[in-house]
Design a protein around this ligand. Sequence first.
Ligand code: NAD
Length: 338
Amino acid sequence: NLKNILITGGAGFIGSHICLNFLEQGFNLYIADSFLNSSKEVFNRLKNILDISNNYDVKKINVFEGDIRNYKFLENIFLEASNKNEAIDGVIHLAGLKSVFESTLDPTYYWDVNVNGSINLLKVMMANNCKTILFSSSATVYGNSGEIPFKESNLINPINPYGETKATIEKILNNIFNSDSKSWRICVLRYFNPIGAHPSGMIGENPNGTPENIFPLILQVASGLRKKLFVFGNDWPTQDGTCERDYIHVVDLAQAHIKAMQYLLKAKNCNLTLNVGKGLSTSVLDLLKTFEKVNNVKINFEFTSKRDGDIPISFADTSLSFKILNWKPKYNIEDMCK
Ligand code: NAD
């Protein structure tokens, strides 16, 4: 029962790990990516990893270069798939822009790519009677919504344009479900802080341009590309004064997608929203200490002023996702740093 899945943003950090897991599970993949923040090389890397485990069928991955805001581009993917008798059964929608800071500088760009891109994708899906979607949302939708750990039922209160775009796409998905609840299968995954890489070291987080999130910055300091890491604030109301986040290994996150897609493909209809994290909070200083210890390197850092839009503590209440997906992250912070 080979299932055909379209993955937008499949060449990116999270997408590439998802592709690997889905290929290993025998799914047939269609990838849509503009390579704005990724490289085609990733597909050679996936092939290498799968060659080593003797598990690769080159026909199972079809890569399309283009922009999700382009209707014809997406329509053509659905057409090619159905011409091959491989009509798309479900979509994993990761493509988008993800920098909080950049979103404050250029909000219209963020709304255009994230929201218009998603609307476009949903229109093409509807035109092709494909009504199964897993959407990559973010813990940023909670903003400063109070109660911690964040529960899915918490107030949605994003405090930056990036978070606003994610919350808006969630709303659109809810509207669509309400308009045709008998046939849609929707799962929104609110990621917390994915870090780490596949143990082969052949794929990982390698963004184009200057990264904004902590882990690629740590890696750049470790590899000598950058002199030091700036830690934003040391007087937050946390145990050691630095921000605390819920880090999750990207391989665990990818596995959650397999579980969620299997859940959707079995469901008659559903509209789920799930946190995906480990449910633990780790401070920036603890993350740095662990990274230094397990990799035997020194990470130079300097405290600097707090960033607008940051919050002191963010971690997930994971009870719903662990229960519904029958899944739990396996890796700890040491594994993520290694
Ligand atoms: P990424 O930048 O590595 O991957 C996104 C991919 O989408 C890239 O390959 C990029 O080239 C592609 N893309 C961007 N704009 C596009 C467009 N208009 N058309 C087609 N392709 C386009 O990011 P990631 O870390 O893998 O994140 C994937 C998704 O997960 C994003 O939607 C992001 O908002 C969400 N997310 C990420 C994190 C995180 O910390 N990494 C946390 C929460 C949510």
